[in-house]
Structures are given as structure tokens and as C-alpha cells.
Design a protein around this ligand. Structure first.
Ligand code: CUA
Length: 641
């Protein structure tokens, strides 16, 4: 019995290691010795966590969670007065979203490591995150959109980040019967211009498309630069029981959009401005403060006004992923109810357009003939293809949700080269740079939807699981499992060197333009304006200035404006006070942040530093005396008096 058990165990371990290779050889490939650094960054979407997580590859070590659409007590994001405006929307303060598809900025089709973009699915928003500070710098709400899913992908020179609606809705929103969906609901595809220097957003135009569901998208690149491709499903325009009613048509479409043509149309005065309320939130690094502006109108474009700009590419079986290879020639549609992968040819598409060879139209948009544009079909042997990435060596890698595997195949010959199981039910995959002209194709990260038995159990809820494969050889080799946070939907990655040298270490105090900043502890003060009290506070190892404050009254709104006077890398101080209705705040060297406290009770209340900043961190504390609302206690403050 013992012998049998041993056999079964070693066999199992052999499978896990992949192809019978020695575990120790594989371990060497992911082992980063203490003090050594990873080769690559991986930025994984956090799905319903609303945030983005940063990993090292190949180690799978998590370095950071960057708050984007969700409040984050770890740093005070969305709780501090400076960052609350980042989460403002036309619906008011929305402190959560469902973050899906990160994409790194590009120049000439190659990753440039300046910013990473991400979409909020639920209350449609697009965010821009600095890869210098790893902070969210800008969020723009997307009007006329719902379930912002075919987002946030960028064009080759980061001219635009696109935001495509998943749900079609009444445009403009209004009270109407749901049963009148067909031909009345619309799908907005939004092109947000990105300022080349500062990255600032501006909605250039919204294409008001037929009422399909727009699922995923990718930009044309190289030869197809100037085009954007969006997969659709529910071309049936069903409004109920979509699992049946949106699976009627044998083929849905990939929408091919010549955005350069539409841009020219718009630049010549085309399009129609319509009322639309949406928030535009910008964080200013010099004031360390965000502002939120509500915009009132948006420029819409009716496809029928720009003939020759949009075509439909018939694609079998409710396509999900819509991916473009590094040469820009192949547009890959993964019918999620299919076994095969459909590959369209960009050259054939242009030829069919030139020849005006169409197979009907939908709402005035010409439909191309499937056989005319088909480059090839990958007879994968798998089931449920979802997403495809590329290694830059002529190979494509597609995930299969139902058959739970990654399939490697060759562009041009469509032959399957290798397949490896995933554990379990893989959704997205990511090859660093895999969505650019120049993939950094050494590792592949598979992001799995089901974890089950991969880790020690943690009750009914398990974190999702990712797996790293070495793809440098002919065959993929599974190296490692690591847990992820939230639900990763896509990821972006790049070589570490693209980011490391630009990474900010401190904020310079002499550049701090926060209106409540103080340049030295000697300037610390407390001011009362009616029932508002503003405390200009300093932190430096290991004390607050001031640390004794009296004259605060019940009913006051007390603003702690705290400047961290350190100018050393990795020396934040934190601040928290008892009974506070927000979170602590973490203040980086040279930064000013504000915490609002509304004392409800008379007493003497302590505050303390939340970050273990020195050997005397526990001494970094202070007291606020709170007196009755009608008390006559003079406002006073001190340190060591
Ligand atoms: Cu400052 Cu702990």
C-alpha cells in the first residue's frame, strides 16, 4: 500500500512539473535569490477589487496594489481629502469599480513604460496610472456607455485609449420600455485622446453604433495602424435570456473601425455635440491634490455620416477575444462557443473593401464576405477559445476556457505546435509586450478562473490563481503557480528596465505646491475658521509637530494637513486618530495629505503614526483635547512645552 501511494504521489508531482522535468531545474527558473530582482513587471487587473496589482516575473512575488477605482485604506486613497475627487462621477462618489484590462502606453507600437491605462467596467471609467509614481493620476467617466468592457486599449502612439460599451443602452438615457431594445438601444465606442506630453484625457468622439454588445478590442498595428477592431456578440439584439437568445446567429461581427478617417471627419467639423454629464478627475503631482470637473457635452458620430470608415467582419460563434498580431496582418477572433479560432487577413479585408464586395449591411454598415477575408482557421482541438497573445517569433498562444489549456500555434500555417493544461479554466493570458509590435516573449502568465485544490483551503472563497510558463523553447513549460488578488481580467507586462530607472523615490519638498503644505516643522500651526479647524502638521522621525492640541470642540470639522518632511526613499509616515470615520493616511516623503476628523465626544484623544518608521515609531503619537461645543477653551498647540 505504502509503495502504491508513493508511486501515485511521484507521478502526480511529475505531471505538475511538466513533461517529467526535474522540479529542481524548474525551480531555478523562478527562483530569485534574496536581494536579487525580477526580470519583468506584471500588472494584473484586480477585477472586482477595483485595483491593479504589481508582480515580479518570473517569481510571482506581489510588490504592490495600486488603488485605482476603489478606496484603499492602506494608503488612504479615496479617503484623504486630496484623493476623494478621484472617485467622483456623475452619479456622485462611487468608491468601487470592476477593473478589467490594463494596457501600457506605446510609442511606435512598442511599450514605452510611461503610463498604464485601465477600465472601470461598472460605472464606466478609464484611468491613467503613472509608472513613475505608481499612482492613479487621472480618471475620466465615459457617458452613454454601460459595462465598459471593450476597453482600455491604446493605439500605437498612445494617440487614443478606447472605451467600448458592453451593454447597449438608450442614447441619451431615458425612460422607455426594455422590450423596445431592438434598433433603439445603441452601443457607444469612445475614443479618448491622450495628450502626448502629460497624458491628459479628452473625449475626442463617440461612435454611436448598432445595439450589439461590444466585448473586446485591439488596435491595428504596423500595417493596420489607424484601424481598431472590436468583437461583438448579441447581434441578435436580444434583451432577455441572452445565453439562449444571443447565441442564435452562427456568426457575429468584428467591427473594423478606421479611426483615422473618423478623426479627420471630426477635425473638419464633423459630428454632433450632445448633452452628456460625466466626471473628469485629475490628480496634480505638484499639489498632491485631485480635482473633479463635471463635463456637460460630448461629440457623437453617426457611422452613416462617415461612409467607408466602418465594416463588419463576420466571425463565428459569439467572439470574445479580438487580438491583432505584432505585424498587424492578422485579426484573431475567438468564438467562445467554438473549437476553432478564426483569423482574418487585414490585406484581404482592404482588397474586399476596394472591390466593394459586400455581403449585405447592418444599419448601413457594410458586412464583408467571411470567405473573402479569412486568412485561416486554427483547428485547435480545444474548446472555448478566449484570448490570444504573441511571442514575437511568429507564434500565437490562445487560452481555452472549457478545455482548460493554452494552445500554441503558428501564424500563417495555423498548425498547433503545443498545448499545456491550465489549473483551472483559464481566462486571459499575458505575454509581456504581447499586445505590441515587439513582445518581450519569454514568459506567459495564464490567469485562471477556478482555483479549487491548488492551494491550502481558505474557506469557501479562494483567491484566483495564475501560472507562469516558460515560452522560450518550442514547448511551453509550466514553472509556477501564484495566487492573484481580486479577479484578474488581463494584465500587461514589460521588461523591468523600462520602468526601474524612472521610478520616483521621493517627492521634493521644494516642489510641493499643496496649499496646506509647510516647508518646515517651525511653520506648524492651527487655524480656526468657524467650525473648521485646519492643522498644519509636520512629521519627521519620530514625532508630529504639534503633538498636543487643545481648543477643539465637539461638532468641529478638523482637517489634519500633514506634510512629511523626510527626503529619504521609503520613509513614509502614517496618521490615524480614534473614532475616525475614514481610514488612516500614508504620507510619502515630501508629500502633504489631509485627513478629516469630526470628533463626536468630549475627551482627550490620541493619534499615532501607522507606519513603523524608526526604532522610536511607537513614540510617534500625540493628543487632541476635545471640549464641549460651547466651551471657551483657547485654541493652542505645542510640541515639547
Ligand atoms: Cu512615523 Cu511610525
Amino acid at each position: 500500500m505504502a509503495g502504491l501511494a508513493f508511486l501515485a504521489m511521484s507521478c502526480d508531482q511529475g505531471n505538475r512539473a511538466g513533461n517529467g522535468a526535474l522540479s529542481s531545474n524548474i525551480a531555478e527558473k523562478v527562483y530569485i535569490a534574496p536581494g536579487e530582482r525580477d526580470e519583468q513587471y506584471g500588472f494584473l487587473s484586480g477585477g472586482y477589487s477595483g485595483n491593479l496589482t504589481v508582480y515580479g516575473l518570473p517569481s510571482g512575488r506581489m510588490f504592490k496594489e495600486i488603488p485605482v477605482f476603489s478606496q484603499f485604506p492602506t494608503s488612504g486613497y479615496g479617503y484623504s481629502e486630496e484623493t476623494k475627487p478621484m472617485l467622483n462621477t456623475s452619479f456622485g462618489f462611487v468608491p468601487w469599480d470592476d477593473l478589467h484590462h490594463p494596457d501600457i502606453s506605446q510609442t511606435k507600437g512598442e511599450l514605452d513604460g510611461r503610463w498604464i491605462f485601465a477600465n472601470g467596467n461598472n460605472t464606466p471609467r478609464i484611468a491613467r496610472i503613472s509608472l513613475t509614481t505608481f499612482e492613479t493620476e487621472e480618471i475620466i467617466e465615459v457617458p452613454n456607455s454601460a459595462g465598459n468592457h471593450s476597453s482600455s486599449f491604446i493605439t500605437e502612439n498612445t494617440e487614443y485609449v478606447v472605451a467600448g460599451t458592453r451593454f447597449s443602452v438608450p442614447v441619451p438615457q431615458r425612460d422607455m420600455p426594455i422590450s423596445e431594445y431592438k434598433s433603439n438601444f445603441k452601443g457607444a465606442l469612445t475614443f479618448i485622446a491622450v495628450d502626448p506630453e502629460h497624458g491628459h484625457f479628452n473625449i475626442k468622439f463617440q461612435l454611436i453604433m448598432p445595439g450589439f454588445n461590444y466585448d473586446l478590442s485591439h488596435p491595428g498595428r504596423d500595417k493596420s495602424h489607424g484601424w481598431f477592431f472590436f468583437s461583438t456578440y448579441n447581434t441578435e439584439e436580444a434583451n432577455t435570456l441572452l445565453e439562449v437568445n444571443a447565441s442564435q446567429n452562427d456568426k457575429d461581427f468584428i467591427a473594423a473601425i478606421n479611426w483615422k478617417k473618423i478623426e479627420a471627419y471630426v477635425n473638419n467639423g464633423g459630428g454632433k455635440k450632445v448633452p452628456a454629464r460625466y466626471a473628469h478627475n485629475v490628480y496634480d503631482e505638484s499639489t498632491h491634490t485631485a480635482t473633479s470637473t463635471i463635463k456637460e457635452e460630448v461629440l457623437t458620430v453617426d457611422p452613416s455620416d462617415v461612409p467607408g470608415a466602418i465594416y463588419f467582419l463576420p466571425t463565428p460563434k459569439s467572439p470574445h477575444g479580438c487580438d491583432v498580431d505584432p505585424s498587424g496582418q492578422y485579426i484573431i477572433g475567438s468564438g467562445k462557443l467554438s473549437a476553432d479560432i478564426t483569423v482574418h487577413s487585414f490585406d484581404k479585408m482592404l482588397a474586399a473593401i476596394d472591390a466593394k464586395k459586400f455581403d449585405g449591411e447592418a444599419y448601413g454598415i457594410p458586412i464583408l464576405n467571411y470567405d473573402d477575408i479569412l486568412a485561416g482557421t486554427v483547428q485547435s482541438g480545444g474548446l472555448g477559445p478566449l484570448h490570444t497573445e504573441f511571442d514575437g517569433r511568429g507564434n500565437a498562444y490562445t487560452t481555452f476556457f472549457i478545455s482548460s489549456e493554452v494552445v500554441k500555434w503558428k501564424l500563417g500555417t495555423w498548425e498547433v505546435i503545443d498545448r499545456q493544461p491550465t489549473f483551472y479554466s483559464v481566462g486571459h493570458l499575458m505575454i509581456p509586450g504581447g499586445n505590441s509590435r515587439k513582445p518581450h516573449g519569454k514568459y506567459l502568465v495564464a490567469m485562471n478562473k477556478i482555483t479549487k485544490d491548488r492551494y491550502l483551503p481558505t474557506g469557501p472563497e479562494m483567491e484566483h490563481s495564475a501560472q507562469i510558463y516558460d515560452i522560450s523553447g518550442e514547448k511551453m513549460q509550466l514553472l509556477y503557480d501564484f495566487p492573484t488578488h481580486g479577479e484578474p481580467h488581463y494584465a500587461a507586462g514589460c521588461d523591468a528596465e523600462l520602468i526601474v530607472n524612472n521610478s520616483k523615490k521621493i517627492y521634493r519638498l521644494d516642489e510641493n505646491k499643496h496649499p496646506y503644505a509647510i516647508t518646515s516643522p517651525a511653520q506648524a500651526k492651527v487655524e480656526r475658521k468657524g467650525n473648521e479647524v485646519h492643522i498644519y502638521m509636520s512629521t519627521i522621525r519620530s514625532h508630529f509637530t504639534p503633538d498636543n492640541i487643545e481648543g477643539i470642540k465637539v461638532g468641529d470639522k478638523v482637517y489634519f494637513h500633514i506634510t512629511n518632511h523626510e527626503q529619504d526613499f521609503d520613509v513614509p509616515h502614517g496618521f490615524s486618530i480614534i473614532g475616525q470615520g475614514t481610514s488612516e493616511i500614508l504620507i510619502m516623503p515630501g508629500q502633504t495629505k489631509t485627513s478629516l476628523w469630526e470628533p463626536k465626544r468630549v475627551g482627550v484623544w490620541p493619534f499615532y503614526c501607522t507606519d513603523f518608521c524608526s526604532a522610536l515609531h511607537q513614540e510617534m503619537q500625540g493628543y487632541v483635547r476635545v471640549s464641549p461645543a460651547n466651551a471657551n477653551i483657547e485654541l493652542s498647540w505645542s510640541l515639547d512645552e
